[in-house]
Design a binder for this molecule. Structure first.
Ligand SMILES: Nc1nc2c(c(=O)[nH]1)N[C@H]1C(S)=C(S)[C@@H](COP(=O)(O)O)O[C@H]1N2
Ligand SMILES: [Mo]
Length: 229
């Protein structure tokens, strides 16, 4: 392992140590009182969150503008409260350690799509490469369409949070945020920016587009946590 790889491994261990307790306190995997129905998922929770209906399709939802991003023009900035800001090309992204997660997708409008096979890079891997500063507590993710959505690091660092470029073995379609989007399987799907352009680490929270427009800041599906209260 070279020096840079070693640094990333060390940074990942530190991040895990720093956020493990907070992560365990979130209502996702560790929820003691999840609300939902259906057979248990891999975390032992009812698979279908309260108020959701399973769909066989994968509907498309966005603000109406679906940017066309050729891979040679694509890039991703990782900046803000980090020690090592990054500007990744497509080659840089696919050279990082790759991961696969089979996960469900829950839209706040009431549909859930089960069992999508996502391929990409764990958020945690990028975070480790950028080394968040001690004061970093949240991220704002930005889309090339101008969309924004925020996450606390204890959610963003979960293992199943991926920068996705492949779904069920094929490139992520443009209408679903291709060439690359974020997915947050344990939160409502608006927390995953399609056409992701920037991951901005924040010292403190700041609301994104839907969070400012009436949706919940925390977005926990098994708590029916849909709207700001
Ligand atoms: N860049 C961007 N990302 C976005 C959105 C958007 O409008 N722009 N919509 C969000 C919402 S509200 C949902 S439900 C999901 C929908 O993803 P899908 O179209 O792949 O089903 O993307 C989220 N990510
Ligand atoms: Mo949505």
């Amino acid at each position: 392992m070279d020096e840079k790889e070693q640094r990333i491994v060390d940074a990942r261990m530190k991040l895990r140590a720093r956020f493990l307790e907070k992560m365990r306190g979130t209502p996702g995997v560790a929820d003691g009182r999840p609300r939902g129905s259906g057979p248990p998922n891999q975390h032992g929770m009812p698979r279908l969150p309260v108020g959701q209906t399973e769909t066989a399709k994968w509907p498309v939802l966005d603000l109406g503008h679906q940017p066309n991003l050729p891979l040679e023009r694509w890039h991703l900035r990782v900046d803000g409260a980090v020690e090592h800001p990054l500007d990744l090309s497509w080659q840089d992204l696919v050279a990082l350690p790759q991961a696969e997660e089979v996960a469900d997708f829950h839209c706040v409008t009431g549909w859930s799509r089960f069992g999508l096979r996502f391929g990409g890079v764990r958020f945690e891997t990028l975070a480790a490469a950028a080394s968040p500063l001690p004061e970093a507590s949240h991220v704002m993710t930005h889309g090339f369409d101008g969309y924004t959505t925020n996450l606390p690091l204890e959610e963003a660092l979960k293992e199943d949070v991926l920068l996705v470029h492949t779904v069920d073995g094929a490139p992520l379609p443009q209408e679903h945020g291709g060439p690359c989007r974020l997915v947050t399987p344990q939160l409502y799907a608006w927390k995953g920016a399609k056409w992701i352009s920037r991951i901005e680490f924040l010292a403190g929270d700041r609301k994104g587009y839907w969070e400012r427009n009436g949706y919940s800041n925390s977005a926990h599906p098994w708590r029916n946590d849909r709207y700001d209260e």
